[in-house]
Design a binder for this molecule. Structure first.
Ligand code: GTP
Ligand code: SPV
Ligand code: MN
Length: 626
């Protein structure tokens, strides 16, 4: 077997040394970093895999593992004439999304995890997990994945090592991050890294056949240790549960690093917006899972002459530059995007990105060997096999793709990727958008009155739950800055950190903060705003605000555009509807006040006074308007 060193278990077991000489020699071919060698040794001892494979991130390696998965039934190679070098994959129906109730933050003190996270004592949790990991990789290969979040060598980038027993994770990580020998070279002999251990939690006994999607149906743990920058994930192979660079490292662990080091790790898209004269600004946007980041990041403007290019679609790491402005990098190298709803009409750039070299998970497969999902085309193909491996036709009365079906695709293939998307110094951010999925109350767009007020608007964000996480969908919950499932420390301290960041530079250098809502509905449940490419009309207003040109109405909730300031040219939307989208629903906002107070109360002393002041100001302002 190429690329893989075989551990001779007998030698390995009885001679008392933790790793066979052969294995040691192989490991040293990749790195001399003693911390890394030691940790891999320890994990081999604990998980007892049959073989160890050090990933080099090469195309050969990817092809080899994809081929292996085709043999085991995990992957089906799609028709090369239709979608070259792409694979179709279906998960176990018990493993389809992030599991928030099985996600833990294990800080030494419970108050450092805060009221919105599941806390466990780190030593106790490690005890439980060690029990589970013991022999967990029996019959499997252990893959060691060196990866960089951010362009290798960027001062904002960070290195992680993921150990996993899932070849699906290896292939996905090589699309989503920068993997390979260059990362180990950048790590060098002395540096430290974020440790991530992942197992699907399904060891194989002798002669036991494997299944297409191994996982542990009953037991799942997604665990972060923010103080020691460690991640341990057990039992799931899906998305953010298993691709540890993404939510576990780039958000939960990195948010704690950012707090310590004075920067921001956020659940944000990054886009470049260019006006018809060729002037550009960069905008970041935090919307909860499955609430439109990928769509906005790749938007095709309906306004002539305007251009949107993509820097990132899910995560932003932002640090101050020497000029006092916030610079953002996209720590990822690929998109793990929601498939259902993606079409040439809604997101042509995403459709063009996924034409090749992509992995499709929990979509449906056509008779021709291509993928399909709801709304990909007006008319579904005559015959499909759905994500549950059942025959499917339009009158089956169920969805062909799982609502959290996803594509995994290289960012470099995106036709509107910004040329500077890999610039190691990042791009300067002029505006930050916050927004959730709200059928009522929240207007189409609203600019904050100050940084503190903007942080307040972010802190009271609420949204209907989507299929990106397991559990009931549609329930409105507070999801501050779209970070509820991703903040690795006390959310009250996180608010303070945001306020502190605002105090670290002059206000003219700070991004302006806006709150947007594409999801307002009328009495019949129809979206009031057309969304997608039409959101360019709102981006135009944001651009004009940042460059000091658009008129506003000052209200207690913030600065709203004068209705005439939103460019509706060429759009069939009545001024009446626009008025509805842009008025302050005073009664609706007043009804939110007790909910905001209740939401804030959970943080106790950790809630910064600045945000308390903002609720009081908002309430007084609304009452005055009655
Ligand atoms: P994660 O990858 O889970 O973090 O999600 P995301 O924020 O990138 O969400 P994405 O852009 O994939 O959008 C998810 C869903 O929102 C899809 O079903 C889209 O069709 C829908 N959506 C996106 N933009 C709009 C919009 O402007 N209006 C409406 N009505 N729906 C939208
Ligand atoms: C999200 O849920 O916000 C995602 C998908 O981006 S996952 O990587 O599974 O977390
Ligand atoms: Mn996300």
């Amino acid at each position: 077997m190429p690329y893989t060193s075989v551990i001779r278990r007998e030698v390995f077991r009885h001679d008392g040394i933790s790793l066979a000489d052969e294995q040691e020699a192989v490991a040293r071919r990749y790195t001399t970093n003693p911390r890394l060698l030691h940790w891999v040794h320890e994990m081999v001892d604990l998980c007892t895999p049959d073989t160890v494979h050090w990933c080099d991130g090469s195309k050969d390696e990817y092809d080899f593992l994809a081929g292996l998965m085709c043999e085991t039934g995990t992957f089906i190679r799609l028709n090369d004439g239709l979608r070259p070098n792409s694979y179709f994959c279906r998960s176990d129906p018990a493993d389809v999304a992030r599991v928030e109730d099985r996600t833990f933050i294990c800080s030494y003190k419970p108050e450092d995890a805060g009221p919105t996270n599941n806390w466990r004592n780190p030593a106790e949790m490690k005890g439980i997990l060690h029990g589970l990991y013991e022999g967990a990789m029996r019959g499997r290969t252990m893959y060691v994945i060196p990866y960089s979040m951010g362009p290798i060598g960027s001062p904002i980038a960070k290195i992680g090592i993921e150990i996993t027993d899932s070849p699906y994770v290896v292939c996905s990580m090589s699309i989503m991050t920068r993997v390979g020998k260059e990362v180990l070279a950048a790590l060098g002999p002395d540096s430290d890294f974020c440790r991530g251990l992942h197992s699907v939690g399904m060891p194989l006994e002798k002669e036991q056949p494997d299944v297409p999607w191994p996982c542990n149906e009953k037991t799942k743990y997604i665990v972060q240790f923010p103080e020691t920058r460690e991640i341990m994930s057990y039992g799931s192979g899906y998305g953010g549960n298993a691709l540890l660079g993404k939510k576990c490292f780039a958000l939960r662990i990195a948010s704690a690093m950012a707090r310590d080091e004075g920067w921001l790790a956020e659940h944000m898209l990054i886009l470049k917006l260019t006006d018809p004269k060729g002037e550009s600004i960069y905008v970041a946007g935090a919307f909860p899972s499955a609430c439109g980041k990928t769509n906005l990041a790749m938007l095709t403007p309906t306004l002539p002459g305007w251009k949107v290019e993509t820097v990132g679609d899910d995560i932003a790491w932002m640090k101050f530059g020497d000029d006092g402005r916030l610079y953002a990098i996209n720590p990822e190298a690929g998109f793990f995007g929601v498939a259902p709803g993606t079409s040439m009409k809604s997101n042509a750039s995403a459709m063009q990105t996924i034409t090749r070299n992509s992995i499709f998970t929990n979509c449906a497969i056509t008779g021709e060997g291509d993928v399909w999902w709801e709304e990909m085309s007006d008319k579904p193909p005559a015959y499909l096999v759905d994500w549950m491996r059942r025959p499917w036709t339009a009158d089956s009365g169920r969805k062909a793709a799982h609502p959290n079906a996803r594509f995994t695709t290289p960012a470099s293939q995106c036709p509107v990727i910004a040329p500077e998307w890999q610039d190691p110094k990042g791009v300067p951010i002029s505006a930050i958008l916050f927004g959730g999925r709200r059928a009522t109350v929240m207007p189409l767009v609203n600019e904050s009155l100050s940084w503190q007020h903007g942080v307040f608007l972010g802190s009271i964000m609420s949204s209907e739950k989507t299929a990106a996480a397991a559990g009931k969908i549609g329930v409105v919950r507070h999801d501050p800055m779209a970070m509820l499932p991703f903040c690795g420390y006390n959310m009250g301290d996180y608010f303070s950190h945001w306020l502190k960041v605002g105090g670290a530079t002059t206000s003219d250098k700070l991004p302006r903060i806006f709150y947007v809502n594409w999801f307002r509905k009328d009495a019949k449940g129809k979206f009031l705003w057309p969304g997608y490419g039409e959101n360019s009309r709102v981006l135009k207003w944001v651009f004009e605000r940042v460059t000091g040109r658009a008129d506003v109405v000052e209200t207690p909730i913030g600065r709203l555009p004068k209705p005439a300031a939103i460019d509706l040219s060429g759009l069939d939307l009545s001024r009446d509807t626009l008025k509805q989208l842009l008025t302050v629903d005073t009664q609706g906002w007043l009804a939110e006040i007790p909910l905001i107070k209740q939401h804030f109360a959970q943080f106790g002393d950790h809630l910064p006074q600045g945000l308390r002041d903002e609720v009081a100001k908002l309430e007084a302002g609304l009452r005055k308007g009655l």
